[in-house]
Design a binder for this molecule. Structure first.
Ligand code: NAD
Ligand code: MG
Length: 292
């Protein structure tokens, strides 16, 4: 290896503005999303420690709070929406559990190492890693996608998963679970989300390959592929406004899903209920049949 070889530690990281316009803030959505768990806990994650990226809002918040209801201590990682993150932390604590949060860019491998180390320093273990943070930018034409956007979308959506799993790997014991958020766009294609849907394809392939890589160690790796879910992602810049007006109407159920209709898929894959499943994808998507 020569001195100028780019390792993951030194790889190019496309910077984020100091005060980024995205991601959106959940508390500004009208109507507010439904994220509260819909049923009493039964100790399914008792004694477990989970890290949920993008856990400040949307699907991540609903998942983080459901995990807490099931007995897990939960850390959330997010970019910059501290108001939303504090609300999620409060909700985790109201479930009688402990919470921690980390703000910063998960597209930066150094930050990913700090987040995982922060969880280990606080609780001494990591059992469930939910790779859920993501960004999405609509573009009509492939020529509208800038080099910076392409790099950032891949950096946030898929590179971060490599960085986090690399940092977490030494701490993951037999029985640990990794769950990645992919998307229905990966299965159906999405003409206005070329870069985003390509990252989601990579995430599904990564999930399957990592599963085969870790299965003998007793670590399961699965994914969730949501359909249109009412979170800040689409209304706050991830979709053109004319599409947001009809968000989810083209699903068989004719409506968008709520975050608390998706979180149970993550819980199932995180706990022993799914002990014979690895390398698989669940599809809370309003009834769209995608097979896979
Ligand atoms: P969301 O905006 O609530 O969550 C995304 C989170 O990712 C944000 O809260 C943000 O803090 C975090 N994030 C973005 N860039 C980051 C970065 N560089 N570093 C650290 N954190 C960063 O929206 P959501 O819909 O709940 O999204 C969660 C996941 O679900 C995403 O991976 C998204 O692609 C996926 N998804 C969403 C939908 C949908 O319709 N909402 C559909 C399919 C898949
Ligand atoms: Mg957010």
């Amino acid at each position: 290896m020569t001195d100028d070889t780019q390792t993951i530690e030194k790889g190019h990281v496309e910077p984020i503005d100091e005060e980024p316009k995205l991601p959106g803030h959940e508390r500004k959505l009208d109507p507010l999303p439904d994220w509260e768990p819909r049923y009493p806990g039964s100790g399914r994650l008792k004694g477990r420690v989970a890290l949920v990226t993008g856990g400040d809002s949307g699907i991540g918040r609903a998942t983080a709070v459901l995990f807490a209801r099931e007995g897990a201590k939960v850390a959330i990682a997010y970019l910059s929406e501290t108001d939303d993150a504090h609300m999620t932390m409060d909700a985790i604590e109201q479930e009688g559990s402990e919470a921690e949060c980390f703000s910063g860019d998960l597209g930066d491998p150094e930050h990913c190492r700090k987040v995982v180390q922060g969880v280990i320093d606080k609780w001494g273990r990591l059992d469930v890693l939910v790779n859920n943070a993501g960004e999405q930018h609509p573009d009509k034409d492939i020529t509208d996608i800038t080099a910076e956007q392409l790099q950032r979308t891949f950096q946030t959506n898929i590179f971060s998963m490599f960085y986090l799993v690399q940092a977490a790997r030494p701490h993951l014991q037999k029985g640990a679970a990794i769950i990645n958020t992919t998307s229905v766009t990966m299965y159906q294609g999405s003409p206005g989300l070329l870069d985003y849907s390509a990252t989601k394809g990579a995430i599904t392939a990564f999930t399957r390959s990592l599963s085969e890589n870790l299965v003998k160690e007793g670590i399961r790796v699965n994914a969730v592929a949501p359909g249109p879910i009412w979170t800040p992602l689409n209304p706050c810049g991830g979709s053109p406004p004319e599409k947001v007006e009809h968000f989810g109407e083209d699903t068989p159920m004719g409506r968008p899903g709520q975050p608390n209709e998706v979180a149970p898929s993550f819980l199932f894959l995180a706990c022993e209920d799914s002990s014979y499943m690895s390398g698989q994808v669940l599809h809370p998507n309003g009834g769209t049949v995608v097979n896979g």
